[in-house]
Design a protein around this ligand. Structure first.
Ligand code: SF4
Length: 174
């Protein structure tokens, strides 16, 4: 019997627009629900979270996308194209290893954790169906982003194929 050979998956140089739109919608919906959850602690907290999320995206473009193969191209999130309109290109060899990029990606991680922590704290003020609904919605969106990214984005990503992206290594089996 012939040994099982996994079919080579071609990487996208520019991702299909529908997939990019799906990715952007999921991220924007998660950010919006995150702001709603944090608004439980006041307008100031909600605005601070929105500013944190925008800062995380801006720094990811400035220090991550500028070092990425998809700089100037339509990547899975669309940021590669936007980053090329604002920031100068940097050295692709530094992708995933520069301190500035690690800081910006850590900030992205924090924007995903803060609404979950805030949602759990809000439950301590009294478990209401609305609190549970928004926290559940945020967790569902984060899961959807994880599935979309690993199954539809990272599996066709040049950075993951070149083993330059730690996140991508999760989405690609080979
Ligand atoms: S794949 Fe990631 S790092 Fe590369 S341009 Fe797109 S968002 Fe930026």
């Amino acid at each position: 019997m012939k040994p099982y050979r996994r079919r080579a998956v071609t990487c996208y140089e520019n991702y299909p627009t529908r997939l990019v739109a799906l990715n952007i919608l999921e991220v924007l919906a998660a950010m919006a629900v995150g702001v709603i959850i944090i608004a439980h602690f006041g307008l100031g907290a909600a605005l601070a979270y929105a500013a944190l999320a925008l800062l995380a995206v801006a720094l990811s473009m400035a220090f991550g996308c500028t070092r990425c193969h998809y700089y100037g191209r339509l990547c899975g999130t669309g940021l590669g194209r936007i980053a090329s309109l604002i920031f100068e290109k940097r050295d692709e060899e530094e992708f995933g290893s520069s301190f500035s990029q690690i800081v910006s990606w850590t900030l992205v991680g924090i924007t995903l954790i803060v609404p979950i922590a805030a949602g759990v704290m809000a439950l301590q003020d009294g478990v209401t169906s609305l609190h549970l609904l928004w926290l559940g919605a945020f967790l569902g969106l984060v899961a959807a982003i994880g599935v979309t990214h690993s199954k539809l984005v990272c599996s066709r990503c040049h950075q993951a194929k070149e083993k330059r992206c730690s996140l991508g290594r999760l989405g690609r089996s080979a």
